[in-house]
Ligand binder design. Structure first.
Ligand code: 13P
Length: 242
């Protein structure tokens, strides 16, 4: 598999801007992965029909159908055209206080419903400065061993919290070092084949250095994925590396 470019649009874009972006990527014949906000999923899915771009959601309920006001079930996402779902993004862990028990329930539910989780891990600045980066990432990865069917995930993403939306990027060496650690942890769980993406202020000017590190199988892009030019540029770099 070539390098993967995944776009986490977070709480951005509207129907028109999202569909325009999606339509352009489809016309280009690109194979990237898009994670739009909930209301944008269905129109973007329609736009992508017949193309190679894959679609995912940014969150999923740990519950099946029922009285869970405001939640969106894995079945609904699947029905709307999603193949994948982000689980464990730091903005969910830290802003919404999602803990391991909840994330494990979401992972299980997603896999049961046939969605492939893109599971995100990563340490805060305080944890890194306290020498705890690998310990934290290891604990995030540990829940994969409890979920069953983790081989059905689409990828793991290493997203150091201090590099998300800050303009601060892990150096290619820092990313490479952590990706090698993640690979060894995944291998111990029999999940050595899962792609490992890097996320955190990925831009066209740092994408090459990051994606040429060993064990960096692609990137999960936030801010730079909202503009067609920068997303195309990052995807071009990914194709070039192959
Ligand atoms: P930025 O690229 O905006 O730093 O966001 C990274 C991210 O959180 C992707 O999931």
């Amino acid at each position: 598999m070539g390098k993967i470019v995944a776009a986490n649009w977070k709480m951005n874009l509207r129907r028109r801007s999202a569909c325009e972006l999606a339509a352009a990527l489809k016309t280009d014949g690109r194979e990237c992965w898009l994670f739009p906000g909930f209301p944008l999923i269905a129109p973007v899915a329609d736009t992508l029909i017949g193309g190679k771009v894959k679609l995912g959601a940014q969150d999923v309920s740990p519950e099946q159908d029922g009285a869970f006001t405001g939640d969106v079930s894995a079945e609904m996402l699947e029905d709307a055209g999603c193949e994948m779902v982000l689980v464990g993004h730091s903005e969910r862990r830290h802003i919404h206080g999602e803990d391991d028990a909840l994330l494990l329930a979401k992972l299980k539910r997603a896999v049961e419903a046939g969605l492939k989780p893109l599971y995100c891990v990563g340490e805060t600045l305080k944890q890194r400065e306290g020498g705890k980066a690998t310990e934290v990432v290891k604990s995030h990865l540990a829940i994969l061993s409890e979920m069953g069917g983790a081989d059905r995930a689409c990828a793991v993403a290493y997203e150091p919290v201090w590099a998300i939306g800050t303009g601060e990027t892990a150096t290619p060496e820092q990313a490479g070092e952590m990706h090698a650690f993640i690979r060894s942890e995944l291998t111990k769980q029999g999940l050595g084949q899962l792609p490992i993406l890097y996320g955190g202020s990925v831009k066209p000017d740092n994408a090459h250095a990051l994606m040429t590190q060993p064990h960096v199988d692609g990137v999960l892009v936030g801010g730079a994925s909202l503009k067609l030019d920068s997303l195309r540029a990052i995807d071009d770099i990914a194709r070039e590396i192959g």
